[in-house]
Design a protein around this ligand. Structure first.
Ligand code: AMP
Length: 192
């Protein structure tokens, strides 16, 4: 069992690298952003609430997000074999809750991959994605807000996981293959 957190700012490539990691390690993928967008697309009650926050570039409240995550773990028994957490945790409260949730299941966060990309490149990538994704949050005002939220609420998790000896920072710019190879090397070293 191996639980991996893929961590980084919006546009850092979490989704892209998570897809590669799933193929490599055969883990269950939970992207909280995708999960919420799926609810929005189906216009569920949760989707309506989530859209209020997402379209402004704000985070969904911790309690709600943690409940959604726990429900996802409970309703997908395959998650017991190991998960890639993509976009979760995004606050210290969520990280503490994740530790507790996994501990109750006899597991832990084994490693955190941090994709490190400069702000200028993040903005360029997100604007480009916005032209194709149709995502309500890939426009310049919301992007700036998301980066602010990231720096204030999410970035402190880097230190949090460094202190726990779990953080593997990887340069997140360059070719997708090169970044993936870096991640693989870092993780394989840590797993030996
Ligand atoms: P993402 O696809 O990971 O960029 O997430 C898109 C948006 O979904 C974020 O900007 C937040 O509004 C919301 N979201 C996703 N994951 C979380 C989370 N762990 N906590 C709070 N909000 C989240």
């Amino acid at each position: 069992m191996y639980n991996l957190v893929v961590f980084g700012a919006p546009g850092s490539g979490k989704g892209t690298q998570s897809a590669r990691l799933i193929d490599e390690y055969g883990l269950y993928h939970i992207s909280t952003g995708e999960l919420l967008r799926d609810h929005i697309a189906r216009d569920t009650a949760l989707g309506k609430v989530a859209n209020e926050y997402i379209s402004k570039g704000h985070l969904i409240p911790d309690k709600l997000m943690v409940d959604i995550l726990e429900h996802t773990l409970d309703s997908n028994p395959e998650t017991a074999g190991g998960v890639i957490f993509d976009g979760f945790p995004r606050t210290i409260e969520q990280a503490d809750a994740l530790n507790e949730m996994l501990e109750r299941r006899g597991a832990a966060v084994d490693a955190v991959v941090g994709l490190e990309v400069e702000d200028k490149e993040l903005i360029e990538r997100l604007l480009k994605r916005g032209q194709e994704s149709g995502r309500s949050d890939d426009n310049i005002d919301t992007i700036n807000e998301r980066l602010k939220v990231y720096n204030n609420q999410t970035a402190p998790l880097r230190e949090y996981y460094i202190r726990q000896g779990k953080y593997h920072g990887v340069k997140g710019s360059g070719s997708i293959d090169d970044i993936f190879n870096d991640i693989r090397q870092r993780l394989n070293k840590g797993r030996k």
